[in-house]
Design a protein around this ligand. Structure first.
Ligand code: UDP
Ligand code: MG
Length: 319
């Protein structure tokens, strides 16, 4: 039996790039079908993440033009991570394997062939890993690579230079969806699911059209979610910092008492002020980090739905 493949593609305000990339996805799917690697029932599933432009109309007209295109629309913008999750949950019961990929043509689609080959060889998780970061700006490259290293040092298992381009078997998706957290960082969660995994390497290009939907603020928020949802080491660091400050303080106290006894004590205004400021800063940062986790606990306990699907391109469109 040939596996049924669904390609899940999150789209947010992508009216410029979708008309260019949608045919590229279809071409790839048709190629895989005709080379008898995947079933004819395979589909391309666009997830419209509450776009404010006419992305949904574009998706609907693609779905009307060819039965291999499908789409779902979220009731509002929920961010790429939730959009991917919505696509995964929509697709998992209809297929054997799912590839998630961005819709802007940055990721070389030929890697899908390699991913499917790896699946046929028995791997249920195949990470797409960039072979280089030439197409990134210097800023994005340094911050992104620094972030991977930082994550690893915090004990979070994540694949270096891998973002949201991957193949998962429907069994893995089923288990991934049983992770109920609302603070999502999918690329940190997939390794936690386990199963046999491997990586394939691909070239990452420039976006084919349109603007990035990840301004610095959103990137930072994702990085924060990644760290706080997968590691509690920052809280431990605070305890560690507390110990160091306490040790330094004890030395300082001994030093000042000794000085007072041998009569060297001078009016130490500057040193007092700097110590007070330093401790104030340390305490505020520590409170902030603890607060971040408490905020996350608050959001998790609410158990709000991670996405709401408002529309589907009707299967009646099938030709
Ligand atoms: N995206 C989304 N919801 C958002 C932001 C982005 O679904 O709120 C999608 C976007 O349409 C694209 C993918 O996530 O398919 C990656 O976004 P983008 O290419 O803008 O990010 P970059 O590659 O610049 O990091
Ligand atoms: Mg992109």
């Amino acid at each position: 039996m040939k596996p049924i493949l669904y390609i899940v593609i999150p789209c947010y305000n992508e009216k410029d790039v979708l008309p260019i990339t949608a045919p590229m996805f279809l071409e790839k799917l048709n190629f895989l079908i005709s080379s008898e690697k995947i079933s004819e029932d395979s589909r391309i599933l666009f997830v419209n993440d509450g776009s404010k432009d006419n992305t949904w109309d574009i998706i609907s007209s693609f779905a009307a033009s060819d039965k291999h295109y499908k789409g779902i629309s979220l009731s509002r913008n929920r961010g790429q991570q939730n959009a991917i999750l919505a696509g995964l949950s929509e697709a998992k019961d209809n297929c054997d394997i799912i590839v998630t990929v961005d819709c802007d043509g940055q990721d070389d689609l030929n890697a899908i062939d390699l991913m499917v080959d790896e699946y046929l060889n028995g791997c249920e998780v195949v990470y797409g890993v960039r072979s280089s970061r030439k197409s990134d700006t210097f800023f994005k490259r340094t911050t992104a690579q620094g972030f991977y290293k930082f994550m690893n040092s915090l004990g979070v298992e994540s694949v270096y230079n891998h973002s949201e381009y991957r193949l998962l078997s429907s069994r893995v998706v089923e288990h991934l969806l049983s992770f109920k957290e609302v603070n999502l960082f999918i690329r940190g969660m997939v390794p936690l699911v386990g199963f046999r995994s491997t990586s394939v390497y691909y070239e990452r290009y420039e976006r084919l059209a349109g603007e990035t939907k990840y301004p610095f603020k959103k990137m930072l928020a994702l990085a924060f979610d990644g760290i706080t949802s997968l590691s509690i080491k920052p809280i431990r660091l605070i305890t560690f910092l507390g110990f160091i400050v306490a040790v330094i303080s004890i030395i300082g106290i001994i030093w000042s008492v000794v000085n007072a006894f041998i009569g060297h004590s001078v009016a130490g205004w500057a040193s007092t002020v700097s110590i007070v400021c330093f401790l104030g800063g340390v305490q505020l940062i520590s409170l902030g980090i603890i607060g971040e986790y408490i905020g996350k606990i608050y959001l998790e306990t609410k158990q709000r739905p991670r996405f709401i699907i408002s529309e589907r391109t009707d299967d009646k469109n099938e030709k």
